[in-house]
Design a protein around this ligand. Sequence first.
Ligand code: MG
Length: 286
Amino acid sequence: MVVRLGLAARSATIFWNCWRAGFEISLLTMKKLIIFDLDGTLAESKQPLTDEMALFLAKLLAHTRVAVISGGALSQFLKQVVSKLPVNANLAHLSLLPTSGAALYEFQHDDPSNPLGTSWKKIYEERLSEKEKDTIESAMTIAAKETGTIDFKAPSWGERIEYRGGQVTLSALGQEAPIALKKAWDPDHAKRHALQASLAERLSKFSVGIGGATSIDVTKKGIDKAYGIRKLCELLHLTESDALYIGDELGKGGNDEAVYKTEVATCVVENPADTLRTIKTLLTSA
Ligand SMILES: [Mg+2]
């Protein structure tokens, strides 16, 4: 893991890559809010949390507030994260930010008006209209053809274009493609960068970002993980420096990069096993 101070302290930034060297990571201390990316951080792409991860996430929820922010829809968060948590997990401490921060959900007891039939209440959603969705979909089709990256006539694993309310996602191989194929599709990011550049040119009124290993996410202009984190801190009456963000794609062009626009401290992890070690370290400092 690599821990980095928030923006305000960045002039004195110290990079710590001490885990493998066996040193204590003194920068990694418990915060009032711990924010996680989902795929590649808490779980493998679109897979549920492991039992051990679910257990330690519940331990973290007993100590502090936790948020999960990722490109998936709310249903994906419920399936991958919430359904795996132990029954006694403190869900009142958990915030869910699907579609890269275009929406925020909080757990609410006894909310019969909730149309989802669950206890998760929508706090906001920067929803794309049907017309905007159509504009984005046709741009995606053209960009895929122009860049030669996706052949829409070839079979796919599920839908290639998915409308998730606040976001439209283009998945090169389809939403349900096997992880091994996803990882092998664009290891150097070249195809996604080509798609992103082509789409950004066509969709100047929207934000176009790299999503997962095979996907591009389009949201309203200015909607990204930084936006979601700012809205969440506002809601919780916390300053951004009260929060720590943990993600696997904080590098240039990665889908966590927008987080650097905020004041939150960051911690880069390599995979869910690294995240688990990070949570255990946080708990020892609590
Ligand atoms: Mg990730």
